[in-house]
Design a protein around this ligand. Structure first.
Ligand code: 5GP
Length: 346
C-alpha cells in the first residue's frame, strides 16, 4: 500500500487570478482553436466544447443545435447503422460530431459496416470505456489506428500521465480524462476510485502535450467558470454532460411533477441505462451512475451562449486574446485547504 500526500485539486479548489490586459471587449476574444493531431492529418478549427456521448445529451438534435455554435457532440452509441449514416452524410462540418463506440466485437462490427458506407463523412471517433487502464482497451486503440490511420481517435477515460502517454502511443489523438467527477456518476462512492479533476487535467495535459497528443477534460464542470478552469489547466477540449442536460434537444423521459415539466438525466452505468440497454444490472456488478430529474430548460441555445460567454469573459480577465493563450495566462489561486493542511500531517 502507498499513500500519495501531494495536494490534488478540483475545480472548486481554485479561482483564476485576473491579469493586466489590453483587451477592451469580450467580443475581441477568439474562442475557436486550430488543433493539429499526432496521428490524423485532420485539422480541427472550431470551438473545442463537446456534448457527452450519453444517450440523453449525445443526440442528433443536440449535435445540430451545437453545430450552430461551432461546438461538437459525441453521439451516443445506441443509434442504428442507417441512422448514423443518414446523420453524418447530412453534416457539412465534419468536426461537428464523434461516432462513439465501446470495445465489444459487436460495436466494432457495426462501426466497420458504417465506415464502409460512410464515404469519408465520419472523421472523429470516440472509443469510450469507464476504465481506460486495461490491456484490452490499449489493444483496441491499436487495432482502430491500424485499420483507420487518418481518423481522429479520442479514447478514455484515464486520469494519470503514464496511462495518457500509453494511449497516445497506442494511437489516440485525444485522451479523455476523468474518472468519477461526473454529475450523475457514483464511481467514487461505489468503488472508492477517482482523482480530483483539475489535477488530472493538469497532469494528463502535460503528459499528452509532450507527445503531441491532446486531451479532453470529461466530467465535473457544473458552470461556465469550470469550463474556463479546465481550459486554463491545459485541456484542449472540454466535454459536458450535466450542463447540456434538461434541454429540448435531449433524450430521456419527460415527466410532470407538481405541475413542472422535468427531464430524466442518468449516468450510462446507472440502473436506468442498464435496464434500457442491457436487460438490467448484471449480478456480478453494481450500478455506478444515478438518475436525476431536471426541470425542463427549453432550447439549448441560451445555455450555449452562457458557456461561450463565460469562457470569453475569463479570457478577457487574464488578457488572452485567443482561447489558445488561456493556459499560458492562467494562474490559479487556491481557495480551499485540504484536511491535512488544516489539522497538520500525522
Ligand atoms: P458531467 O459533465 O455530467 O459532470 O459528466 C459527464 C461525464 O460523466 C460523461 O462524459 C462520462 O464520462 C461520465 N459518466 C456518464 N455516465 C456515467 C456513469 O453512469 N458512471 C460514471 N462513473 N460516469 C459516467
Amino acid at each position: 500500500m502507498h499513500i500519495e500526500t501531494d495536494v490534488k485539486l478540483d475545480f472548486k479548489d481554485v479561482l483564476i487570478r485576473p491579469k493586466r490586459s489590453t483587451l477592451t471587449s469580450r467580443s475581441e476574444v477568439d474562442i475557436t482553436r486550430e488543433i493539429k493531431f499526432r496521428w490524423s492529418s485532420e485539422v480541427f478549427n472550431s470551438v473545442p466544447v463537446i456534448a457527452a456521448n450519453m444517450d440523453t445529451t449525445g443526440t442528433f438534435e443536440m449535435a445540430r443545435a451545437l453545430d450552430a455554435h461551432g461546438m461538437m457532440t459525441a453521439l451516443h452509441k445506441h443509434y442504428g447503422a442507417d441512422e448514423y449514416l443518414n446523420f453524418f452524410s447530412s453534416l457539412e462540418r465534419k468536426s461537428a460530431a464523434f461516432y462513439s463506440l465501446g470495445i465489444g466485437q459487436r460495436e466494432w462490427d457495426q462501426f466497420e459496416s458504417v465506415m464502409q458506407r460512410a464515404n469519408g463523412s465520419i472523421r472523429y471517433v470516440c472509443i469510450d470505456v469507464a476504465n481506460g487502464y486495461t490491456e484490452a482497451f490499449v489493444r483496441f486503440i491499436e487495432k482502430m489506428r491500424a485499420a483507420y490511420p487518418d481518423i481522429v481517435i479520442m479514447a478514455g477515460n484515464v486520469v494519470t500521465g503514464d496511462m495518457t502517454e500509453e494511449l497516445v502511443l497506442a494511437g489516440a489523438d485525444i485522451v479523455k480524462v476523468g474518472i468519477g467527477p461526473g454529475s450523475v456518476c457514483t464511481t467514487r462512492k461505489m468503488t472508492g476510485v477517482g482523482y480530483p479533476q483539475l489535477s488530472a487535467i493538469i497532469e494528463c495535459a502535460d503528459a499528452a502535450h509532450g507527445l503531441r497528443g491532446r486531451i479532453c477534460a470529461d466530467g465535473g464542470c457544473t458552470r461556465p467558470g469550470d469550463v474556463a478552469k479546465a481550459f486554463g489547466a491545459g485541456a484542449d477540449f472540454v466535454m459536458l454532460g450535466g450542463m447540456f442536460a434538461g434541454h429540448n434537444e435531449c433524450g430521456g423521459e419527460v415527466i410532470e411533477r407538481d405541475g413542472i415539466k422535468m427531464r430524466a438525466f442518468y449516468g450510462m452505468s446507472s440502473k436506468a441505462a442498464m435496464d434500457k440497454y442491457s436487460g438490467g444490472v448484471a449480478r456480478y456488478r453494481a450500478a455506478e451512475g444515478k438518475i436525476v430529474y431536471l426541470p425542463d430548460r427549453g432550447p439549448v441555445d441560451q445555455t450555449c451562449l452562457d458557456i461561450l460567454g463565460g469562457v470569453r469573459s475569463a479570457c478577457t480577465y487574464v488578457g488572452a486574446k485567443r482561447l489558445k493563450e488561456l493556459t499560458m495566462r492562467t494562474t490559479f489561486i487556491r481557495v480551499t485547504q485540504q484536511l491535512n493542511e488544516v489539522f497538520g500531517k500525522s
